[in-house]
Design a protein around this ligand. Structure first.
Ligand SMILES: CC(C)(COP(=O)(O)OP(=O)(O)OC[C@H]1O[C@@H](n2cnc3c(N)ncnc32)[C@H](O)[C@@H]1OP(=O)(O)O)[C@@H](O)C(=O)NCCC(=O)NCCS
Length: 191
């Protein structure tokens, strides 16, 4: 396995061209897609023709250091979903987005927090990142809880993108959280 990062329970790796079915299955669960599309699955041809090629192109662009990474349980190897650590397409490399999308079977076990915490550490200590940001819908409490557990700071409210207006709770808009390298270092320093 082309391991990118390991945590106590998880191994993150780069996706390959053979992984379309994992992504299609993940996005076929209405509960997973609830705050992303309102529950609609992602069309399999979109995954095969656009999403997966974009993920692989990202590894080329960022030398395999940034992008979308598949997460597996170290114990048994089950695919549990993915994490993102990725700059904007034309943005600076030291400002990256953190994101996560996990299979429902893996929820509620602290995996999103565990993977995200390790990604923050890698970003700030190995990858030269200065700021990590994350955005979600205001009503996506599961996602916001992770950002708060990581001691990220709520920095802004954001409008709902026009293609998400049909999503439940979209009238409440979205939120942006950030953490800087300095803030992360302070929280790592024993007080
Ligand atoms: C959001 C998501 C990543 C959470 O993953 P997870 O592995 O269950 O998260 P964790 O177990 O690390 O939970 C983090 C905290 O949030 C809490 N939490 C999880 N889901 C919650 C929910 N629906 N409502 C309120 N709190 C929730 C957990 O209890 C935990 O807090 P605690 O440790 O104090 O109990 C997962 O539910 C998911 O992939 N959802 C679908 C995709 C999605 O919405 N992604 C985010 C888009 S921005």
């Amino acid at each position: 396995m082309d391991t990118y990062l390991e945590t106590g329970r998880l191994a993150l790796r780069r996706f390959t061209a053979d992984d379309a079915d994992l992504l299609i299955e993940l996005d076929s669960d209405p509960a997973v897609m609830r705050y992303l599309t309102g529950g609609d699955p992602t069309a399999p041809e979109l995954v095969r023709e656009r999403y997966l090629p974009n993920i692989l192109a990202g590894y080329e662009k960022w030398g395999g250091d940034l992008g979308l990474f598949a997460a597996h349980e170290k114990d048994g190897g089950a695919f549990i979903g993915w994490f993102i650590l990725r700059p904007e397409p034309e943005g600076p490399l030291d400002e990256v987005e953190l994101g996560y999308r996990l299979r429902q079977a893996a929820w509620g076990r602290g995996y999103a927090t565990e993977g995200s915490r390790a990604l923050l550490g890698k970003a700030f200590t190995e990858l030269g990142v200065r700021t990590v940001w994350a955005e979600t819908m205001s009503v996506n409490h599961g996602s916001r809880n992770i950002m708060e557990k990581l001691d990220m700071t709520l920095t802004d409210t954001i409008p709902t993108p026009s293609d998400m207006e049909m999503v439940e709770g979209s009238e409440h808009g979205g939120v942006r959280y950030e953490i800087t390298k300095e803030q992360w270092e302070q929280q790592e320093t024993p007080r």
